[in-house]
Design a protein around this ligand. Structure first.
Ligand SMILES: [Fe+2]
Length: 188
């Protein structure tokens, strides 16, 4: 279940309905999904996609998404730091960023045009839809592991466009969830 923090107010929301409602106010959709049938979080990608067919089709119809895939990030992912560095600075996309977390955790910071920056820590079972144009950035948690279904309208629209505001530097990319592991000094 996601945790939402509003660091500037020292507030933390942990109740799913409260999280969803706060995010809705900023135009961000958040849902919990139950798999139509149980699927192991390390199952092959096509099995994962099959297990969530109903939800994926519903989202596709609603948001005009045409493709879905599964991204798998682990500490062994080649060029992991380079990849992460593309997304941990404030940016936006010309298309929605839609992620359903299958395994692992991650931290989305959302910066509404009006209102406080919020830090949404997502985990397995969480669906987030960040509409196109929303300022945001993303970090992995210390275990550097996430597996997620992604939906795309047009894969070329997903290039990050940076605000260069420097706002991201003001917020610690720290996760507080149960899977939080202090990072060993020799890990990147
Ligand atoms: Fe993004």
């Amino acid at each position: 279940m996601a945790t939402l923090r509003i660091p500037d107010e020292g507030r933390t929301l942990i109740d799913a309905e409260a999280v969803a409602s706060y995010l809705r106010g900023a135009g961000i959709e958040y849902e919990r999904w139950e798999a139509a049938r149980p699927v192991a979080d390390d199952a092959p990608s096509d099995e994962i996609l099959r297990a969530y067919t109903e939800e994926i089709e519903r989202l596709k119809a609603r948001g005009g998404y045409v493709t879905a895939d599964v991204i798998d990030v682990t500490p062994q992912t080649p060029a992991l730091e380079t990849m992460l560095a593309k997304f941990n600075r404030e940016h936006w996309h010309d298309e929605d960023e839609v992620r359903f977390i299958v395994r692992g955790r991650g931290l989305f910071h959302i910066h509404p045009r009006e209102g406080k920056v919020m830090a949404l820590e997502v985990e397995a079972g969480d669906l987030i839809r960040v509409p196109r144009g929303t300022w945001h950035w993303f970090d992995l948690c210390a275990d550097r592991r996430i597996r997620a279904i992604r939906l795309f309208q047009d894969i070329s629209g997903w290039t990050p466009r940076y605000t260069e505001s420097g706002v991201d530097k003001r917020y610690e990319p720290v996760c507080f969830g149960p899977a939080y592991l202090p990072q060993a000094p020799d890990q990147g």
